[in-house]
Design a protein around this ligand. Structure first.
Ligand code: GRG
Length: 365
């Protein structure tokens, strides 16, 4: 493909993504429906949406490595979808300061590229078949290609942040370190003496909370917002990030629009909080022990082989009290995030962040 055709195609993709990003902002953050009633709130929504449009088209331009293979592999998951939650959050918190500055736009791209890079790597390690409703990159190409694509994306994220100051580059490195540590601790599992549930919560704080916290923090850092909001944004992002992951654990048990079968994570042997709670319950309750056994029989089996008993065990787990407890735990984390917003002035940003946290949890209802 020549350079002109390449950029025309990137622009077309960006336009399509912008449309779905707008829908994504409305549906995933739930902001349009539940928030933007007053003129202030509508102005805020417009600024965040304008920022998302810019981020989306710049990302499409960023995913060009003067190498047709690298372009194809790097664009693959970007074009497959994604909610763009992290850039939306960075743009939202930036409205506490000067709004969509060039630094904020660059950081929002870098955060999404870091997220994208981690998805390529994660799918290799989890041997995941699907991502964003399409076959995972390692299934289409190979493990090495997927890993190297993640590395390329991570390199591009670092370049976008170069020159934005020491605090920004330190935040990006610390976040990257936590992503890797979270993944490492998940891979090796709890060690003797570790509580498996505390271990899991630490893993998801590192794997998911850290990047969402960094997104919220970057928005404040790069918009010249008051410094005293920084710690609040980190705490808010971290806590809603944990809530977000816990909700994902519950969504894994449902028929939804993820393109995955219910219980895909459990079948792949991925640890989730409903399973950890069930394990704890199984120590004292024989019905829980029987359900756990049926679920474990399906774990690590070929995902293409039908397992009707595993499917019905997943349906039972979905309706089980342990899953309800995970939803309540997610609500507590989200409420902790909202409580962290106390230093922020009353206004549309604080209200949007509150609605965002609340809507995160209601995704599982
Ligand atoms: C190369 C940056 C890098 C990291 C290596 C693999 C790894 C270390 C860390 C794994 C981090 C990871 C994949 C955490 C899961 C985070 C998560 C909740 C993913 C799903 O996020 P959504 O729902 O996805 O926002 P979309 O597709 O909507 O963007």
């Amino acid at each position: 493909m020549n350079a002109h055709a390449n950029s025309a195609s990137a622009a077309k993709v960006a336009r399509a993504r912008v449309t779905s990003t707008r829908a994504g902002l409305a549906s995933h953050l739930g902001l349009r429906e539940s928030l933007f009633a007053s003129p202030d709130e509508r102005r805020l929504a417009t600024r965040v949406e304008e920022g998302l449009v810019t981020v989306e088209s710049r990302l499409a331009e960023q995913l060009s490595f003067t190498d047709a293979i690298a372009d194809a592999t790097a664009r693959y998951l970007f074009e497959a979808g994604g909610k763009r939650v992290r850039p939306a959050l960075a743009l939202l918190t930036a409205q506490l300061g000067d709004g969509n500055t060039e630094g904020v736009i660059a950081a929002a791209q870098a955060i999404e590229l870091t997220h994208l890079a981690s998805l390529y790597h994660d799918d290799v390690m989890d041997e995941a078949e699907l991502r964003r409703g399409v076959p995972s990159a390692h299934v289409v190409w190979s493990n090495s290609v997927a890993i190297l694509t993640g590395d390329l994306l991570f390199a591009r994220a670092a370049r976008l942040l170069a020159g934005l100051g020491e605090a920004v580059s330190r935040l990006q490195s610390d976040t990257f370190e936590r992503l890797c540590l979270g993944q490492l601790h998940e891979t090796i599992g709890p060690q003797p003496g570790d509580d498996p549930i505390e271990h899991y919560l630490q893993v998801i704080s590192d794997k998911t909370g850290s990047l969402i916290a960094a997104a919220a923090h970057m928005g404040v850092l790069l918009s010249n917002a008051p410094r005293e909001f920084e710690a609040a944004m980190m705490e808010y992002g971290e806590k809603i990030g944990v809530a977000f992951q816990l909700v994902d654990d519950v969504i894994d048990l449902s028929d939804g629009d993820t393109g995955k079968n219910p219980g895909t994570d459990i079948r792949a042997g991925v640890v989730t909080l409903p399973m950890l709670y069930l394990r704890r319950e199984a120590e004292a309750d024989k019905d829980a022990a029987a359900l756990l056994e049926r679920l474990l029989r399906g774990a690590d089996t070929d995902p293409d082989t039908p397992l009707p008993d595993f499917d019905s065990a997943i349906a039972e787990l979905r309706d089980h009290a342990v899953t309800q407890r995970v939803v309540e735990e997610a609500r507590r984390w989200a409420a902790g995030g909202v409580a962290a917003l106390s230093p922020l002035p009353q206004g549309p940003v604080k209200r949007a962040l509150t609605v965002f946290a609340e809507n995160l949890v209601s995704r599982s209802a």
